[in-house]
Ligand binder design. Structure first.
Ligand code: AMP
Ligand code: MG
Length: 343
């Protein structure tokens, strides 16, 4: 039985729905929406159709289960135990994430590197005691930010980390969670859902009226409501931006997406990267990786992976770049350039 408070909260979430990333949703169908704080962010799950309420409840349990497994900040999680003990046998899900992370590490030439955790701690992004680390310390730490130092046995999932190496799935865990939830909802017969995992959007199917969802890509400065709105369905839409987690000192912004080569916040001309990809885990990994690459390298990377994903890049000098697959799915009042694969 739900308490009156829970029912009122549920009702409030449904009412708030139109203010967020989804726009002008009108549905004759049962709609259930709940907010939850997990994985260090506010999440909002909206599910349409019969059995929506049970499906949302089950999804929240699943989020909590995955947070307990994957959060490096939770001392009891599998990844924290590994970071302390340096040796272990990974569960099936952590195996999947490690192997995905390794693939993306290789194809991005180390721009995406889940051994970044000691650097995140040095900046105080773990525990929110922000400060600028000494350059000497960052040099020392970045020598050991290197996924190839991890010993991995594919046969039995045994992993071992050298002394000062620690893993952090923060750049991929929410995308994976979205992908898992979409799978779970589909198994429960849900045909339509919008899962907003703190800027990581995972969609199940179309809206209940069979039209695509309309997902706004945030303006990093908040000047315009959105940079653009994408009409998309049954996919993940994941954004990495310098405005998501940061602190400021002496007028400089220090954000949470770190260039593994320098140990400093990535600073290669991008304010935000949005990836549209059917594989939510990959969408999350690529949004972080392309942000680190910077504009020119990100464009080249997309050109060689254009069948796998589309992207919206927003640069420091205010250019909005949109890959060709999104051209017909995009609405914006801003000028934009379409990126095409060169023949
Ligand atoms: P996202 O918001 O998905 O771009 O992920 C940012 C989070 O990923 C940070 O809070 C760190 O936990 C982690 N991270 C930061 N820089 C990197 C990097 N270069 N490679 C992999 N993970 C990173
Ligand atoms: Mg990411």
């Amino acid at each position: 039985m739900k308490t009156v408070r829970q029912l009122l909260f549920g009702l409030l979430c449904v009412v708030l729905l139109t203010g967020c990333e989804i726009q002008k949703e009108q549905s004759g169908q049962e709609t259930w929406s709940r907010e939850v704080f997990a994985m260090d962010t506010y999440m909002k799950l909206t599910v349409y159709g019969a059995n929506a309420e049970n499906a949302v409840d089950a999804a929240i349990l699943e989020i909590q289960r995955l947070e307990n497994l994957l959060s490096a900040a939770d001392p009891e999680s599998e990844v924290s135990v590994l970071n302390r003990e340096k040796k272990g046998v990974l569960s099936e899900e952590s195996t999947y994430l490690w192997e995905k992370s390794w693939e993306v590490y290789l194809e991005t030439q180390g721009k995406f590197d889940v051994t970044i955790y000691p650097v995140m701690k040095a900046w105080g992004f773990v525990g929110e005691e922000f400060h600028i680390p000494e350059e000497g310390l960052l040099n020392q730490l970045t020598n050991e930010v290197n996924a190839s130092l991890v010993e991995w046995n594919k046969e039995n999932s045994e992993i071992s980390l050298p002394d000062r190496v620690e893993l952090d799935f923060g750049a991929i865990a929410k995308g994976y969670t979205g992908a898992r939830l979409a799978e779970q909802l589909k198994k429960q017969g849900i045909k339509s859902a919008l899962l907003n995992l703190g800027g990581n959007i995972q969609l199940v199917g179309n809206k209940p009226d069979d039209s695509p969802f309309r997902i706004g890509v945030k303006d990093p400065d908040g000047t315009a409501e959105y940079l653009c709105v994408l009409s998309v369905a049954d996919t993940a839409v994941v954004t990495s931006g310098d405005y998501e987690r940061y602190f400021e000192q002496d007028g400089v912004r220090y954000h949470h997406i770190i260039d593994p080569d320098t140990g400093y916040p990535a600073d290669k001309g991008l304010r935000s990267v949005t990836i549209v990809c059917r594989d939510g885990t990959l969408a999350d990994a690529y949004s972080t990786a392309l942000f680190v690459m910077g504009t020119e390298e990100a464009i080249r990377f997309w050109e060689s992976h254009s069948k796998q994903f589309d992207a919206v890049l927003y640069t420091e000098d205010g250019r909005l770049l949109v890959t060709e697959g999104l051209q017909d799915l995009l609405a914006t009042a801003l000028d934009y350039e379409v990126l095409r694969v060169k023949e």
